[in-house]
Write a protein that binds this ligand. Structure first.
Ligand code: FMN
Length: 281
């Protein structure tokens, strides 16, 4: 079970999985699973893990098939002077990614981090213009954020959102979240940026394809993203149809304890686990 959703604990496991996906014409974005950072040393170790990973991707000739996804809380956002620490650490990862010839996307976490995260992404984009942002359709603010991030070349991953958010800031009715997702898709696909459509929801995938052709977007001027091991046949179907597809691939040592805690909380709910793998609640 574990190996179907996380390819392994080591850098080599992640690199091997990237190679396997590449053979199917699918790209990757790799997330190093660290624990919530409570000490600066842990943040530094996470940065080092990303640097090692990027070097290994280059050595394996796969740096053009994979980018990395980074959570700011894993590189210091919640430490003292956290915004500065996280920005400096993120810069270091972006520099390594640029040298490797690939990109970084900054994951979005719970709503208390949205402003800081977007501010840091904007700062990073000064030096590394292809740094990706993530917007969550369940937040009421997100349609506006999409407008602000629909400019030329801006990489934006649109997802529904994975955290338990209060009704003041988020839509809680799934139908409302879907409607918001479609409104956001329209803004991003009509815009001049590079939308990354992250969902497994068959209806939203279909709507995204239809909107892309309605707005005259060629395949490859946007992409689909799904989690490693979820709907793999659909991932291959989209890739075979000429779409650009990227899989979010988590790996790391913290994986096992993490999975066990999630399953202990809600043993009946595997999809909750899969979502929490992303959100690290
Ligand atoms: N949720 C977040 O809150 N922040 C993220 O950065 C994030 N990144 C994701 C990346 C990918 C490739 C995918 C597929 C999902 C991501 N999610 C993220 C999780 C989604 O918000 C959502 O919980 C999950 O995809 C289930 O919804 P679905 O029915 O649209 O697939």
């Amino acid at each position: 079970l574990v190996r179907s959703y996380v390819p392994g604990e080591d850098t080599e496991d992640a690199v091997r999985a990237v190679g396997e996906l590449a053979a199917d014409g699918i790209e990757a974005t790799i997330d190093f699973l660290g624990e919530e950072t409570v000490e600066p040393e842990q943040a530094t170790a996470t940065v080092q893990a990303y640097r090692t990973l990027l070097a290994r991707l280059v050595a394996a000739g796969l740096a053009d098939r994979a980018e990395v996804s980074v959570k700011l809380t894993a590189i210091g956002l919640r430490l003292e002077d956290g915004e500065r620490v996280a920005l400096e650490n993120a810069r270091s990862i972006c520099r390594a990614a640029q040298r490797a010839g690939t990109t970084v996307t900054i994951d979005m976490e719970d709503h208390t981090t949205t402003d800081a995260t977007l501010a840091i992404v904007q700062e990073l984009r000064q030096d590394f213009p292809d740094t990706g942002a993530v917007l969550q359709a369940y937040l009421r603010r997100t349609e506006d954020d999409c407008r602000a991030l629909a400019g030329p070349g801006i990489r934006v991953r649109l997802c529904k959102g994975a955290y338990d958010e209060p009704i003041e800031v988020a839509y809680t009715d799934p139908a409302e979240v879907d409607r918001s997702y479609v409104r956001c898709l329209k803004v991003l696909l009509k815009g001049e940026g590079y939308p990354m459509v992250a969902t497994h929801d068959p209806r939203l995938v279909e709507i995204a394809s239809a909107l892309a052709s309605r707005y005259g977007r060629a395949q490859g001027t946007y992409e689909f993203q799904m989690l490693y091991g979820i709907r793999p046949a659909e991932q291959r179907r989209l890739a075979d149809a000429g779409e650009r597809v990227r899989v979010y691939l988590p790996y790391g040592e913290e994986w096992y304890g993490y999975l066990m805690r999630r399953l202990a909380e809600r043993p009946q709910n595997l999809s909750l686990f899969l979502t929490s793998l992303i959100s690290k609640k």
